[in-house]
Unconditional design. Structure first.
Length: 533
């Protein structure tokens, strides 16, 4: 029909003849915009597979092409809403049944079935069916994929296909967070056929096939990502014809490109540049707090950090409110430890980060016998907004109480995580991808979490409690366990210290009707985008 209409237009038929065309054919004129988005980074692994690309920048783009059974309402405080499943029912503490949405298509044209869902969470996709964890010109899974899969989904007992659009999940131990985990990043549903037909895992990882409103056209690692509208999307015709993410590492270049018309959106705008954008009446800022906290992690067995009193002193030496007020211009806040209000009944309103107390910090250092030995601090060049400025401020705060910290600038996350005897400190952030402490505290700091896998920190009592928090169904007991875990890792035997909540600001053209969500995800579905042109 499209080809026919173009030939008609070339032939110069009169308006009356054009009017004689079928009404739906005329409606096919595609006046949707193409938008260009300047980003600091597209991916930290040069892939788009969420089981490997577990990052803030990866989650920004993943919801555009991949979807979960249970979704989060990106415009209403991340509450759970139906996604690829229209209904889910708890059978018992270990079992959930799902009814899938009918008529959903993958980007390759296949219909979504329960078989695709079972495969998504199955051993071949997540664990490689025992294949060696290496990457080359093979279908073998990267070690990072296997590690993340074990952390998220190492406890499936069985997945039963009950029909074309029905299936049942059963895990080995009771889990009050099962629905939330099925809706988190890393649980997106993929096409079984597309995964199986990919020549190598890397081919798949750079072009995964999902059900989202946009499909991947081209990924050029560290350069750009192009997606185009998937007009067979079950949620309705996407409002944008093409989305192009362009890597522009420098903040000034992103802003200048926005002002010159080269880009329509510019991401990761530091707070000290917000007013610069707002002063230009053709542009505005959207964004604010997201469910992520900036933290600093300790290497527990570093010679200068073995005594927990040194780590405790460093926690008390940080004036977090000064960082929020001076570096962030008051546009974020000091949170109540590693937790968020959307935890609901599990939130601890009376909990707080270690108080800023220079006298206490000095006393703890004296008791620990700290002699001024150097402690390295691994930092990236503003992967996080204001990362370098914050690190420099904290180094001065630590110096004021007598702690000798030396910044080590690193180029990438591989260098940040490199295992050496003298790692010391490193920058990081921690997200709550669903409304329970398991999503952040256990996921990143528990026995299968990144910090312990990287051999930075371990605590036997904390690990025992992690298992209880994951499996207990007693809500009062779970809340007490959560409090005790925070006491251990944030006060008694610090594994990290929380700095501030993360705030994300996106600059955009005013004629682009779009609203940022309280997460890293950029939502370009029809209800959240309208080009006012």
């Amino acid at each position: 029909m499209t080809t026919s209409r173009r030939s008609v237009l070339k032939a110069g038929l009169t308006a009356s003849a054009a009017a004689a065309l079928p009404r739906f054919a005329i409606a096919q004129a595609d006046n949707r915009p193409t938008i260009r988005i300047a980003v600091q980074q597209i991916s930290t692994t040069n892939t788009l597979e969420p089981l490997r690309e577990q990052s803030n920048v990866g989650y920004r783009i993943q919801p555009s092409f991949l979807e979960c059974l249970i979704e989060k309402d990106l415009q209403r405080d991340l509450q759970e809403i139906p996604g690829l499943a229209t209904k889910w029912t708890r059978i018992d503490d270990r079992t959930i049944e799902f009814t899938l949405r009918q008529g959903v298509k993958f980007h390759n044209g296949d219909e979504l079935t329960a078989e695709d869902v079972a495969f998504t969470f199955g051993k071949e996709r997540m664990f490689g069916s025992g294949a060696p964890a290496s990457v080359g010109n093979t279908k073998e899974l990267p070690a990072e994929v296997v590690a993340v899969s074990k952390r998220f989904w190492g406890d499936f007992e069985k997945i039963e296909v009950l029909g074309k659009h029905r299936l049942r999940f059963t895990v080995k131990t009771p889990d009050v967070t099962l629905e939330a985990r099925i809706g988190r990043s890393g649980s997106e549903i993929i096409s079984r056929r597309a995964f199986s037909e990919a020549k190598t895992w890397l081919d798949w990882g750079r072009r995964p096939v999902g059900t989202g409103p946009y499909r991947i056209v081209d990924l050029r690692p560290e350069v750009s990502l192009t997606m185009e509208a998937f007009d067979d999307y079950w949620g309705g015709r996407p409002p944008i014809k093409q989305i192009r993410y362009i890597v522009v590492p420098e903040v000034a270049s992103r802003i200048n490109g926005l002002f010159s018309g080269e880009y329509d959106f510019a991401c990761d705008i530091p707070p000290d540049h917000v007013e610069e954008v707002i002063r230009n009446n053709r542009f505005d800022i959207s964004g604010g707090l997201v469910t992520n906290h900036r933290i600093v992690c300790f290497q527990k067995d570093h010679p200068e950090l073995k005594d927990p009193r040194v780590r405790r002193a460093m926690c008390h030496a940080i004036d977090r409110q000064l960082i929020v007020d001076s570096i962030w211009g008051g546009r974020t806040r000091v949170p109540k430890g590693l937790q968020w209000e959307f935890y609901g009944q599990m939130f601890l309103p009376d909990w707080n980060v270690p108080a800023y107390d220079k006298a206490l910090a000095k006393r703890l250092l004296q008791e620990a016998g700290y002699k001024g030995g150097a402690i390295p601090y691994r930092v990236l060049n503003n992967y996080y907004p204001n990362e370098v400025a914050t690190a420099q401020a904290m180094v001065e705060m630590w110096r004021e109480v007598g702690v000798n910290v030396e910044i080590q600038m690193k180029e990438n996350w591989t260098q940040i995580h490199e295992r050496t005897p003298a790692r010391g400190l490193r920058d990081w952030s921690n997200s709550a991808l669903y409304n329970d402490p398991v999503s952040s505290l256990v996921n990143q700091h528990g026995p299968r979490g990144s910090q312990q896998i990287n051999a930075e920190w371990v605590n036997a009592e904390f690990n025992t409690l992690s298992g209880e928090l994951e499996t207990s169904t007693d809500r009062a007991r779970r809340k007490a366990v959560f409090r005790r875990m925070l006491e251990i890792i944030e006060r008694e035997d610090p594994g990290y210290t929380v700095l501030h909540q993360t705030a994300i600001f996106t600059a955009k053209r005013k004629d682009m009707g779009w609203k940022a969500s309280p997460s890293f995800a950029m939502d370009f579905r029809a209800p959240n985008f309208k080009a006012r042109i």
